[in-house]
Design a protein around this ligand. Structure first.
Ligand code: TXA
Ligand code: MG
Length: 329
């Protein structure tokens, strides 16, 4: 496996059917050509991911998105116009381009136009090298199944360095800016359904579409399993408004880590994992902080998420799954 900051090396690898871990503004993805069953099979194998959890197809622009989808309802088009390129994935009726091996044999396909400039360079170069303008890159988060998504190339290396081939590439473009995975909206019904909250909130989707957003069926979204995004240390979530009072009761213990906004003071003796100034900073720091807790061998993580609005809802979603009892060992 080659670790590089050369986007062209990643584009060539992908065009030739190899795998490349790629930076996006949300998290790093493990990419392979979405029109190549062998490359897609290798993505599943590297992640240890069950075959019925479909992948997101990343494309350069709206024209390419239309090639992979059969039909965009007007509200989906409005979302794409308002949010692409960006941290939004739309589940749409698939076109014949989206084969069973990428959609888990469903009649829908998840599509995203990412904003990260390096990722966009890679997509444009793969399109040029293959002479396929609508080329799609299938890319799930570049972690082993059920683990915390990577937000740096070093995280990818720790997760997948052993299982990638010598010919595969990890493209390093620094830390991701958003830090949690894209918002996923199912657009196959007459109104938007939220499959996974992210930087783009349900309120924003309602504002853009003028339609109510309902909770979608989580059946095929692996990121929506009850336990997911899990570090080794058990997480205790503090969701109450009066968290300073609860904090006073914490044991002053160097085996306990605290993750909370900077406005929350650190009790003496407790390891401060991160002190982000804003909810956006919190999302960006979240997964690195969970990894840090494991690297330090902490016994427990106390997490106080930001208020339940905007990206705070996405942060609470991920922390709730990470705190799920079945993830504790
Ligand atoms: O931010 C992100 O979305 C990152 C970056 C790399 O783009 N990708 C990501 O991929 O989080 P992944 O595979 O870890 O999560 C994608 C989720 C999965 O839970 C998958 O089951 C769901 O999208 N999904 C994919 N296709 C779907 C479909 N046709 N219907 C419903 N859910 C789908
Ligand atoms: Mg994932």
């Amino acid at each position: 496996m080659q670790l590089t900051s050369d986007a062209e090396a990643a584009a060539i690898a992908l065009a030739e059917g190899r795998l490349a871990a790629l930076p996006t503004e949300t998290v790093y993805g493990l990419g392979g050509r979405a029109d190549d069953p062998t490359a897609v099979a290798r993505i599943y194998a590297a992640k240890g991911r069950p075959a019925d959890h479909p992948l997101i197809v990343h494309v350069l622009d709206m024209t390419a998105a239309h090639a992979w989808a059969r039909h965009l309802p007007p509200y989906a088009q409005a979302l794409a116009d308002a949010c692409w390129p960006g941290p939004l994935t739309l589940v749409l009726h698939r076109s014949p381009l989206a084969a069973d091996y990428v959609t888990g044999a469903q009649d829908s396909v998840a599509i995203r136009v990412p904003a990260h400039p390096t990722m966009r360079t890679v997509l444009a170069r793969v399109a040029a090298l293959t002479e396929i303008p609508a080329i799609g890159i299938a890319a799930p988060s570049a972690n082993r199944f059920g683990r915390v998504s990577p937000t740096t190339a070093a995280h990818v290396q720790a997760e997948l360095g052993e299982v990638l081939d010598e010919q595969d590439v990890i493209l390093d473009a620094g830390p991701c800016t958003v830090g949690i995975e894209s918002t996923i909206i199912d657009c196959t019904a007459d109104h938007p359904r939220m499959l996974r909250p992210g930087a783009i909130s349900a309120n924003e989707v309602e504002r853009i579409t003028g339609l109510p957003v309902t909770a979608g069926s989580p059946i095929r979204a692996s990121g929506t399993l009850a336990s997911h995004y899990a570090p080794a240390a058990p997480i205790t979530l503090v969701l109450d408004e009066d968290e300073p009072a609860q904090l006073a009761d914490l044991p002053a213990d160097a085996s306990v880590g605290l993750l909370a906004l900077a406005s929350v003071p650190t009790p003496p003796g407790v390891v401060r994992l991160s002190a982000p100034a804003t909810p956006e900073d919190y999302a960006q720091a979240l997964y690195a902080a969970l990894r840090e807790a494991d690297a330090l061998g902490l016994r427990r993580i106390i997490a106080i998420p930001p208020p339940p609005v905007g990206i705070g809802l996405g942060i609470r979603d991920r922390l709730t799954r990470a705190a799920h009892p079945s993830t504790r060992q």
